[in-house]
Write a protein that binds this ligand. Structure first.
Ligand code: TRP
Length: 335
């Protein structure tokens, strides 16, 4: 008799907010890894639309961004058959579990969240309770699906830590309900900085549009933005801490072409910044062009898109419901 071992894939979960245009930074720093993880892991990916309203959103713009973010995930090559790909607000258990977790999270520990401090300083006119309790909702997003790993960037590490703390505490108090997720640090993943101020992360909320490249920017815009990118005074293409601007461009070029830093330095030895910037702009535009083309096809067919996100929500609901029910029962609710 043969013994067929069915190896269970490890589970991964991540979410992305639909606030504004997704950038080259989102792509190279996170989304490209999502695409790469689909074969090795059992993946759950969501558009975290509920998180987006912690800052003010114009309703029509929010709606269109939710659609476009979902479509973009598909355009990147994330397969909705193989993975669970859904819109967070379609699965009511996120907000419901968030209440249970909120009552098991201390005000003091939440007050330490550095992102809350930054964001409330940035929007002093709208320091809402949702902005404060946002990491609890994020913990619910994660814990409902029992992932082994959560890929997060540096800015979300503290939130993942608190999700783990909440889960450990809940399990100790009520019995085993949640899996304790580990942070996942991908093998490749570029930290892309602003093209205008390389000391800051590339961000779509930067008022200077030349500082960031959207995944859906036109080829001309991409090339123009790279031509205008801030560089340094050394006038040679060499990666170093002192040359933050040129090093950022080398990081980007390396991420899109797969060439190593040494190969790039050799390729542009004795050549000027102008030539290098054009090469970076062109290779970024060439990398993003098929994604943009695929996005434009997908977004045209709202019916097909709707079908996919509904199926995604059904799949997600089935998993989330189990965890939520178990948690409710353990806390003492009558089901
Ligand atoms: N808070 C994350 C961000 O702003 C998005 C997010 C929401 C998330 N829920 C999550 C990320 C769960 C990982 C896991 O980038």
């Amino acid at each position: 008799m043969c013994n067929i071992e069915t190896e269970q894939k490890k589970k991964v979960l991540s979410c992305i907010q639909p606030s504004g245009m997704l950038t080259l930074g989102n792509y190279l720093g996170a989304l490209k890894n999502w695409v790469n993880m689909q074969d090795e892991f059992d993946c759950t990916f969501a558009v975290a639309d509920l998180h987006a309203i912690t800052v003010r959103q114009e309703p029509a713009a929010l709606r269109s961004q939710i659609y476009s973010t979902y479509a973009l995930l598909l355009a990147l090559g994330i397969d909705p058959e193989k993975n669970t790909v859904f819109i967070q607000s379609h699965v009511p258990f996120h907000t419901q579990l968030s209440w249970l977790l909120s009552c098991n999270t201390q005000f003091g520990e939440m007050s330490r969240m550095t992102q809350f401090k930054d964001k409330s300083a940035k929007h002093p006119e709208n320091v809402n309770v949702g902005l404060f309790s946002y990491p609890v909702l994020m913990a619910a997003d994660i814990l409902l699906y029992k992932p082994d790993f959560v890929p997060v960037g540096a800015d979300q590490k503290q939130h993942l830590e608190i999700a783990r703390d909440i889960a450990v505490r809940f399990n100790n108090k009520y019995g085993d309900v949640f899996t304790i997720p580990e942070p996942y640090i991908p093998k490749t993943g570029a930290r892309v900085m602003s093209l205008q101020d390389p000391s800051k992360k590339m961000s779509k909320s930067d008022d200077n549009v030349n500082s960031w490249v959207a995944i859906l920017d036109s080829k001309d815009d991409i090339i123009r933005k790279f031509k205008r990118a801030v560089t340094d005074s050394e006038a040679c293409v060499r990666f170093s801490e002192e040359q933050a601007g040129i090093s950022n461009l080398i990081t980007i070029y390396s991420a899109v072409t797969g060439k190593t830093v040494a190969e790039i330095e050799r390729e542009f030895e004795g050549k000027g910044y102008g030539e290098f910037k054009l090469a970076v702009g062109e290779s970024v535009a060439d990398t993003l062009a098929p994604i943009k083309a695929s996005y434009e096809e997908i977004i045209k067919d709202k019916k097909a898109l709707e079908q996919l996100y509904k199926e995604g929500a059904d799949k997600a609901c089935r998993q989330a419901y189990k965890t939520y029910n178990k948690a409710m029962k353990k806390v003492g609710f009558v089901l």
